[in-house]
Design a protein around this ligand. Structure first.
Ligand code: MLT
Ligand code: MN
Length: 310
């Protein structure tokens, strides 16, 4: 299985369009220590010919341009896409807005929880994905499902969604619904992804904490891609670019007593990769002390077009 990072940054990307934080500024200047990154998405394939996209970022069009294997090749029919399906882990703007790029009557399968499919159904703009061509397939928590190519053939890629600590998408938050803002289990999922029961990959781009059960579940896997949104929980407040903590946004911080670095330090995993990284996170900078610390603890920092093979 090939895992290609299409976009390694969190919502807004790196640099974020309206952000003049020193990190964003360095990326905008194209500093060699601040490699720009597009918004959160990966693609998975067994043959580098047919692909499933996991989360559809607003930058999808640019990401296809950066990954020609995901566009029609010279030998393909007049209308064709190697994108066989899209799997969503939540309804965040950075994970669904890219669906709009996939209009034009192209058949593919769209997988998400019933809850996220409902959100998409309730928003008429997604009618551009003509139901005649795009199958919306609900995935159930804790149940394995084999992804299908757009001709109905089995792909051998099997996914199992499970709920992780998190919250409803920012644009769906409801203050009247109490401290969890109306979040339900199916709002934020993680995915276990495997082929022929051989190797296991966990994709968890959004997660608010690492309870023991999650740690045990991930343990023994081959690749973990995990929420690397913020280094410090209050980094956006400290840096004067926002008013929210990571906790409020449904994202664990890397640093801290309950942070991912500590919680996942002793875990037995082949490769640990931070993904969905916010423009304020110092780990984005190649020469930062935070990058060094993350690397020393065995973490790699995802970048656009990074490819892993399982
Ligand atoms: C998040 O990951 O918290 C969201 O992408 C935030 C947003 O929608 O801007
Ligand atoms: Mn996000």
């Amino acid at each position: 299985m090939f895992i290609r990072v299409l976009g390694a940054a969190a919502g807004g990307g790196f640099p974020q369009w309206n952000c003049n934080h020193p990190n964003s500024r360095l990326a905008r200047k194209k500093s060699k220590n601040a490699l720009a990154r597009t918004q959160s998405s990966i693609a998975v394939s067994l043959d580098r010919k047919k692909w499933f996209i996991f989360n559809a970022s607003p930058d999808l069009r640019q990401q296809l341009w950066n990954n020609p294997e995901l566009m029609p090749s010279e030998d393909d029919p007049l209308r064709y896409s190697p994108i066989m399906g899209v799997v969503l882990t939540n309804a965040d703007v950075d994970h669904i807005a890219g669906l709009i790029n996939l209009r034009e009557s192209q058949p593919f399968n769209l997988y998400a929880t019933k809850r996220v499919l409902e959100v998409i159904k309730n928003n008429n703009v997604f009618n551009v994905l003509n139901p005649k061509f795009v199958n919306r397939i609900p995935i159930k928590l804790q149940e394995y499902v084999e992804l299908l190519y757009n001709n109905g053939e089995k792909s051998k890629i099997v996914i199992k969604p499970f709920s992780v600590p998190g919250k409803v998408a920012l644009w769906l938050e409801d203050d009247h619904k109490g401290p969890d803002l109306g979040s339900v289990e199916e709002d934020t999922i993680a995915l276990e992804i495997k082929v022929d029961d051989r190797k296991t990959f966990f994709y968890i781009p959004g997660c608010a904490s690492v309870p023991d059960w999650l740690k045990n579940k991930i343990s023994g896997s081959d690749v973990l891609m995990f929420d690397g949104t913020l280094w410090t929980d209050d980094e956006m407040i400290k840096d004067n670019v926002g008013i929210k903590t990571g906790k409020r946004m449904g994202h664990i911080s890397i640093e801290g007593i309950d942070g991912s670095l500590k919680r996942l330090d002793d875990i037995n995993v082949g490769k640990k990769v931070f993904i969905h990284i916010n423009t304020t996170n110092p780990v984005l900078l190649e020469n930062s002390k935070e990058r060094k610390i993350a690397n020393q603890h065995g973490w790699e920092i995802a970048y656009d077009n990074m490819e892993l093979e399982l």
